[in-house]
Design a protein around this ligand. Structure first.
Ligand SMILES: [Ca+2]
Ligand SMILES: [Ca+2]
Ligand SMILES: [Ca+2]
Ligand SMILES: [Ca+2]
Length: 342
């Protein structure tokens, strides 16, 4: 506020005086000679709000990365007792069990990058029933990996009949505690509520247009069609890919920064991907009927890997994208929710 006031007073006075001099100075000086306004107590003459050398956009953080090493960890959330079990990829050892979730109320897993570090934060969307339907509701709670004191930090509210669609919608590197109703009213903090999709659709929010902002998107089982609102332009993209019975597994399989349309077919355990970089399609068999696909980046190469979690034996089967073989790790029990599951 102070810098703004001073600038507005000084600007008319200095405009005539500084302009000719500035031309000379700028020609000889590097572009960053103009002080940046994006600092505490900015100088009175700075870039005037138009930042000629903006700070680089934060790199997208890795989903499901609780130890912050850039690789997704194997994590299950046990809803009935609100416990989180993780094998940290950094050490290959279990991390301390985290108890976070309201066991008296329904708490859906909603982990995300909510604070300033690279570690995924534990979070839940907790629902409650009031004395009358108008008092039913839900709210996000999270536990910061930075303060790491286990405190329940409150997030935005949500409709009772909704589920988390956590993603980075505004491109600041942190996730928004967003929710969508099953009839597909999206509630994204900082944006007006928006209807997108119909009952029965799957939420497939992700960054399809590579502007580092998640796009509102749904996949419709009845016609196997993807409906995406590109955050960069607001234009709608539709793509037919997949069929009834498939599970959408959007991810960046070809590492071009754009999310690829992809489905996993339980009947034959096959992944079908349209590579956004070339438009070419690929298929890989990995997993079997009744598995849950958990498409995350487990080795930190920024390519989404093929992975499934098998409820019957609580085993993860991971096939790193591009590798020649996969591996399996027993972690979790039937009834758990694997983090990253579709
Ligand atoms: Ca964090
Ligand atoms: Ca986007
Ligand atoms: Ca891609
Ligand atoms: Ca990978």
């Amino acid at each position: 506020m102070r810098a703004l006031t001073r600038r507005s007073v000084l600007a008319p006075l200095l405009a005539g005086l500084i302009a000719p001099l500035a031309l000379v100075t700028l020609a000889a000086a590097p572009a960053n000679a103009i002080p940046d306004c994006d600092v505490p107590n900015p100088p009175p003459i700075c870039d005037g709000g138009v930042d000629p050398h903006p700070d680089p956009a934060p790199a997208p953080r890795t989903r499901g990365d609780f130890d912050g090493d850039g690789r997704a960890d194997l994590t299950v959330f046990r809803e009935y007792n609100g416990s989180w079990y993780t094998i940290g990829s950094k050490t290959g050892q279990p991390l301390p069990t985290v108890w976070f979730g309201n066991v008296a109320l329904e708490s859906l897993a909603a982990p995300g990058h909510y604070d300033s570090d690279n570690k995924t934060d534990h979070g839940v969307l907790t629902k409650w029933l009031g004395p009358a339907p108008q008092y039913d509701g839900a709210g996000f709670y999270y536990r910061s990996s930075v303060s790491n004191n286990g405190a329940y930090l409150g997030g935005p509210s949500a409709y009772y009949s909704s589920f988390p669609v956590v993603a980075d919608y505004n491109g600041d590197g942190k996730d928004e505690m967003a929710s969508a109703t099953y009839g597909f009213l999206w509630k994204v903090p900082g944006y007006p509520d928006r209807a997108w999709g119909v009952q029965g659709d799957w939420a497939v929010q992700a960054d399809y247009d590579k502007d580092k902002k998640a796009d509102l998107a749904v996949w419709r089982p009845s016609n196997g069609t993807w409906y995406v609102i590109k955050s960069s332009t607001g234009a709608v993209v539709t793509q037919q890919w997949g069929q009834q019975g498939d599970v959408p597994v959007p991810g960046d399989y070809d590492k071009d920064g754009k999310t690829d349309f992809a489905v996993w077919r339980p009947s034959n355990g096959t992944w079908y991907v349209i590579n956004s970089s070339t438009g070419a399609t690929s298929s890989f068999a990995w997993g079997q009927q009744d598995d849950r696909p958990v498409p995350l980046d487990y080795n930190g190469d920024k390519k989404t890997d093929l992975a499934v979690w098998r409820p019957s034996n609580g085993t993860w089967y991971v096939f790193p994208n591009g590798a020649s073989s996969g591996y399996s790790v027993q972690w979790g029990v039937n009834g758990d929710m694997p983090v990253g599951a579709r």
